[in-house]
Design a protein around this ligand. Structure first.
Ligand code: ATP
Length: 508
């Protein structure tokens, strides 16, 4: 599989396909939709479950050093005080007073427009794949309108967070194109608040968790005390997280309700965290490739030291070439003993562990690989989306849309077709095989329409294998036709060979 070329239409194509075929819908669509929330339809929920199951199998079940957890979404509010979220989990926000639109100041870019060194105005652009081009076009247009002679200087875009106070008034709002309406950036709290219990006073304020990680730290002591673990060990959790994102966008990439797959991997304070961090980065890349992402679409963004939180030794984000550009998919952070020490201090409970090998007691340090389920799903969809041309039943070459999902995570693993629906002998064998395979995998039975059309419908939802029951099956040797989604190649196999092949491809 090759890395998808970033393009605006790819995202539109994916969104269209997801709705048309029942992968993902805008939440509350019958009421006009609800920004930042998405529902997963029949195929989406299968794909999502397969991604989560693959992660859980590979990181929890197949490893002896990682234990699983499922903590609550709403936890004691003191947890969020101790973790620092109540005071500082926020994004810089800027308002446009005229349009009433809001932007994340670190996703809004501006640049002075200068001709031969003389500033003639400012341009602004909301973060996008071609932001430099958009800004340059706007600058050229400004120069033309103002009938300025001379050379346009290079446009150097900066985040709005870096704007000087005297520039706020001069930078145009991306909504209106006019200056004077943007406010200075201010911190916007991202945690959703709710009230717990019958009294709606301040003491009843609680939060929907903005990450699953704190549920792990809050249960660390329980898991250590249960006596199953020794350093180094990890605790893994999959679950919903909520952030009141200022500008949810790019489909499911940035939403207000999403799901995370997080691990806290506890290590000795004297361990070589650098090497362990590198090992985690490599393990995470290998896993992404194992579920079908192209290696060349994944890159590493190493956070510079001056951008790290004071307690963090290192953070590397795995970036993926999404349709809207290269963006964070998986954050892998070395967080020292900060979180456990914060909870030790705020709860008064000891977070130390006795290291049997080193014969010493300490609060462990932690490496945190944190991955979004929805972003993984979008990455998988973008990598899988393909258009090619194949001959139809009559031999005429036609455009085809297909999703090249790895069989491991494909929502439907195989489709079973009787060649003709009005031949009971064919239908009977096909239905029997469907029932048999259904006990192990999510498979689909389809008897209606020309066989080529039926293949095409499955290609579009990424079903890797088509199995056709034809006259040779019932009259000759019992073999079935097995068709490959990507190559369209067909071969005859016995039922035993079929099951062995599927087993190898899906579970192997
Ligand atoms: P960003 O900088 O994109 O806002 P972040 O650095 O705040 O992300 P983390 O707090 O490190 O993200 O969260 C870990 C992972 O959770 C991210 O790598 C991403 O996969 C996922 N994630 C975070 N926020 C969202 C969101 N609003 N929608 C979907 N997934 C998200």
């Amino acid at each position: 599989m090759t890395a998808p070329a970033p393009s605006d239409t790819l995202m539109e194509d994916i969104v269209g396909l997801c709705k048309r075929r029942g992968f993902i819908f805008q939440s509350s669509e019958i009421y006009g939709g609800y920004n930042g929330f998405y529902d997963y339809g029949p195929l989406g929920v299968e794909l999502r479950n397969n991604i989560k199951q693959a992660w859980w199998r590979d990181f929890v079940q197949c490893r002896d050093d990682i234990e699983g957890l499922d903590s609550t979404i709403i936890m004691h509010p003191k947890i969020w005080k101790a973790s620092g979220h109540v005071d500082s989990f926020s994004d810089p926000m800027v308002d446009c007073k005229e349009s009433k639109l809001r932007y994340r100041a670190d996703q809004l870019f501006f640049a002075p427009v200068s001709v031969d060194g003389e500033t003639i105005g400012y341009v602004s652009v909301v973060e996008c794949i071609d932001q430099q081009e958009v800004a340059e076009k706007a600058a050229t247009e400004m120069k033309r309108k103002m009938a300025k002679q001379g050379e346009l200087d290079t446009i150097e875009l900066k985040e709005y967070t870096e704007a000087k106070p005297e520039q706020y008034e001069l930078i145009p709002s991306p909504a209106t194109g006019k200056s004077g309406s943007l406010t200075e950036p201010r911190e916007f709290k991202l945690m959703f608040e709710t009230k717990v219990g019958p009294l709606a006073n301040d003491a009843a304020t609680a939060y929907l968790r903005p990450e699953t990680a704190q549920g792990i730290f809050a249960n660390y002591k329980n898991i250590v005390d249960t006596g199953r673990v020794k350093i180094p060990f990890g605790i893994a959790q999959i679950g919903k997280a909520f952030r009141n994102e200022i500008t949810p966008r790019n489909f499911i990439f940035r939403s207000r309700e999403f799901e995370q797959m997080e691990i806290e991997y506890f290590i000795s304070p004297s361990a070589d965290w650098n090497t362990l961090h590198r090992e985690w980065i490599d393990t995470c890349i290998d896993w992404l490739v194992s579920i079908g992402l192209p290696r060349e679409g994944i890159s590493e963004d190493i956070h510079p030291e001056d951008k790290l939180a004071f307690y963090s030794q290192a953070t590397t984000d795995l970036m993926f070439q999404f349709p809207h550009g290269e963006q964070e998919l998986w954050g892998i952070a070395c967080r020292s003993d900060y979180d456990l020490k914060q909870h030790q201090e705020h709860s008064g409970k000891s977070m130390t562990i006795f290291d049997e090998t080193a014969k010493e007691k300490y609060v462990p340090h932690v490496i945190e690989p944190s991955l979004g389920v929805d972003r993984t799903l979008l990455a998988v969809l973008s990598a899988a989306y393909t258009e090619d041309e194949v001959p139809n039943d009559k031999g005429k070459v036609e455009k085809r849309i297909l999703l090249k999902f790895s069989p491991k995570i494909a929502p439907v693993k195989a489709a079973i077709f009787p060649l003709l629906k009005n031949k009971p002998e064919l239908v009977e064998v096909a239905k029997r095989l469907h029932k048999k395979l259904q006990r192990r995998w999510n498979v689909f039975y389809d008897a209606s329409g020309a066989i080529g059309r039926r293949y095409r419908r499955q290609d579009e939802i990424g079903t890797p294998f088509g199995i056709t029951i034809d006259f040779d099956t019932i009259e000759k040797d019992g073999t079935v036709t097995l068709r490959d989604r990507d190559t369209c190649e067909q071969r005859r196999v016995t039922e035993d060979e079929l099951i062995e092949f599927l087993e190898e491809q899906i579970n192997g």
